[in-house]
Write a protein that binds this ligand. Structure first.
Ligand SMILES: *Cc1c(COP(=O)(O)O)cnc(C)c1O
Length: 488
């Protein structure tokens, strides 16, 4: 399998796409074709099924090697199922993606990416240290740090928005141990940090300078194809689980509802559809930062709007990077048009797609958004009626799904992607029961007393760890911070 760039240029191997992260033309790497996979051929064992899906895209990696990578990655999950499916109502099931070491869905991919990166470095004969720059809205940072910790031949620097992540998320990052790890807060929001990182990737001067020092830049954000690939897997396995538990018959379509920020998770669902998974609707759920809702409804992407900080902070995003991969497919891989839209987005903050394409998209995609108040009410209501405790991101998706059903009467079996453990946002979740105090750990303990749900061990340990990474920089200081990172 070869990989193309959404903005044109030469095709590359999977290994090259993973090592580079972003294409030389500034575009994103996409598979040259979508291999077909019949969900009926899956085994129900997550690791075996992950191998089935991923091997179709990593044709140059030896099967035994890939099996070993998958085994090692998912050994760190707290359940053999990796991504268990839990029935919530007669028509709805929850796909829990937060059983990895950092308690958010990013682990599903970021436990694998470091091994894929290592293997790709061997395949491409790279002799420089890979310097991974990460911009995080809260969860990618920790998951990347945990995944790449002490991985030979790599260094990681994470930028997170100062004051823009939950306290637990911040603590998870700033207490990170490991010789190749570095974390810095940025005075700006996630979009600013992501733009800063993209500018560093695009800078020839930076590339040359770091190259001379023995470093090559790469990305662990979902712009890296190695991040997307492991996410395709759970669309297939959760579908298979519904067949196994008798909710659907083989071949029946299902809906997926996904809390979305950078459009990475839901794009993996779109790729699954292209591979042949029977899907009626992919429901794209946003919080108040509802730029994607407007895009799907009107065909206009407009990032010129206020940026709101919300409880579901991991989806506080106005520039959804992975949408570029979807645009590329719907415009029939016309790289010039994609390049023009992305130029307009960068320079004017907006672009629009033709009505024919917008209409075609609405056959598959639904989109809606959820306010802060509704997020809390949904957590309260679902816990009250079903005894199931949701984090704010999952609750955003749940709200959007319930409204979709009210509007359409659609009774198709639906899989809700649950992307974080509720204790990662313990203070906000506690606020549905009582006024939370100042201390996150006491709030988590209160939440445990009230709900009876166990606190994950990794979170409990956080309060005892020293803060190791307390740097803060301004946006224009990011390049300097990257240089400093290699001299440390
Ligand atoms: C990252 C994240 C999302 C959104 O994923 P995208 O790939 O950015 O769409 C949703 N929920 C949580 C908890 C996350 O960490």
């Amino acid at each position: 399998m070869r990989y193309l760039s959404t903005r044109g240029g030469d095709a590359v191997s999977a290994a090259q796409a993973i090592v580079m992260g972003i294409s030389p033309s500034g575009g994103l790497f996409v598979p040259e074709s979508f291999p077909k996979l019949d969900p009926a051929s899956l085994s129900g064992n997550y690791r075996d099924d992950a191998f089935r899906v991923m091997s179709l895209y990593l044709t140059e990696t030896e099967p035994e090697k890939l099996k070993d990578i998958i085994d090692r990655a998912y050994d760190r999950f707290d359940t053999k199922a990796v991504a268990p499916v839990v029935g919530l109502t007669e028509t709805e099931s929850v796909l829990e993606l937060w059983h990895g070491p950092t308690m958010a869905f990013k682990d599903v991919a970021l436990q694998i990416l470091p091994y894929l990166m290592k293997e790709s470095l061997v395949q491409t004969g790279e002799d420089q240290t890979v310097y991974i720059l990460v911009a995080t809205s809260g969860d990618t940072g920790k998951a990347a740090l945990e995944g790449f910790r002490d991985v030979e031949g790599t260094r990681v620097l994470v930028f997170y928005p100062y004051g823009g992540v939950s306290r637990m998320q911040r603590l998870q990052m700033v207490t990170q141990e490991g010789a190749n790890m570095d974390v810095c807060a940025v005075r700006g929001n996630f979009d600013d940090a992501q733009t800063g990182v993209k500018q560093i990737f695009a800078s020839e001067e930076m590339k040359r300078e770091l190259g001379e020092a023995g470093y090559r830049l790469s990305s662990a954000n979902s712009i890296n194809f190695g991040r997307l690939l492991p996410q395709i897997v759970y669309y297939f396995t959760s579908y298979h689980a519904l067949v196994e538990n008798g909710r659907i018959s083989e071949g029946d379509p299902v809906n997926f509802c996904v809390p979305t920020g950078n459009f990475g998770d839901i794009l993996a669902g779109y790729y699954a559809v292209r591979m042949g998974l029977p899907v009626r609707k992919l429901i794209c759920a946003s919080n108040r930062n509802n730029v994607l809702t407007d895009f799907f409804r009107r065909g206009i992407y407009n990032a010129n709007r206020p940026f709101y900080k919300s409880m579901s902070c991991s989806i506080d995003i106005l520039v959804s990077s992975n949408l570029e991969r979807l645009l590329y497919e719907i415009i029939e891989r016309d790289t010039e048009t994609v390049t023009e839209w992305m130029r307009a987005l960068k320079e004017e903050g907006t672009y629009s797609i033709p009505e024919a394409q917008r209409a075609a998209l609405s056959d598959l995609f639904e989109a809606d958004w959820c306010s802060e108040e509704d997020t809390l009410q949904t957590i309260r209501r679902v816990f009250g009626s079903r005894g199931y405790l949701m984090d704010p991101h999952t609750a955003v998706a749940q709200t959007v799904y319930e409204r979709y059903v009210e509007r359409t009467g659609d009774e198709t079996q639906t899989i809700l992607l649950s992307t974080a453990n509720p204790y990662k946002f313990a203070s906000d979740v506690l606020s549905i029961f009582e006024t939370p105090g100042e201390d996150d750990f006491e709030n988590a303990e209160r939440l445990r007393q009230i709900t009876g749900k166990g606190i994950p061990a990794n979170l409990r340990e956080l309060c005892r760890k020293p803060e190791l990474h307390t740097d803060v920089c301004n946006l224009d200081e990011m390049p300097e911070r990257v240089r400093f990172g290699v001299s440390k």
